[in-house]
Design a binder for this molecule. Sequence first.
Ligand code: CA
Length: 222
Amino acid sequence: MTRILLVEDDERIAADIAATLAAQGYIADLEADGEEAWFRGDTEDYAAVILDLGLPGMDGLSILKRRRGNGRNMPVVVLTARGAWSERVEGIDAGADDYLPKPFQMEELIARLRSVLRRHAGQASSLTTIGELSVDERKMRVAVRGVPLNLSSLEYRLITYLVRNRDRVVPQHELIEHVYASDAEPDSNALEVLEGRVRRKIGRDLIETRRGSGYSMKEPEA
Ligand code: CA
């Protein structure tokens, strides 16, 4: 059984998530206090942590930072307040593997959780290849046919996010949230321009655009 540490102080949300996790066959340990959660995460082994940021005791960001300082590397999905851009960016910088703005659908939380668990299981290799594209997240290197590309941080973030989520279509709003480290919400136009630039660098067929739904990486047909 896969054990998940669920850190959430809102009783209603916590109960909903716990019930969903149980129904999906996970064992969830619930913790509402940040200090206690930190202690538990530090002394017990979990497959993953679902972490709310606003917590009594110790806030989620401090937990993330301390955890990273410790070299523990359980994957963490962070839950953030709606529209809290800076929180999300800080969360990612502090080592969160993914985050979900509230309110969210339980199905989406489970999908994200599965994806971080899968990624974590396959972390022995940090190199992902899709067609002629190779992405080494540990070295922060993206190459086409072995030739390293010169990328801006926005381009790098766009590519790595699509690569990590290559088994699904990533909605435009989600991609915008993950790519832009800014309090100012960029429009979808800016994303399209960025995506066009990335296409020219990695090859136009790798990213599939689904009008009205989002983007996905696709393995070119042999
Ligand atoms: Ca909270």
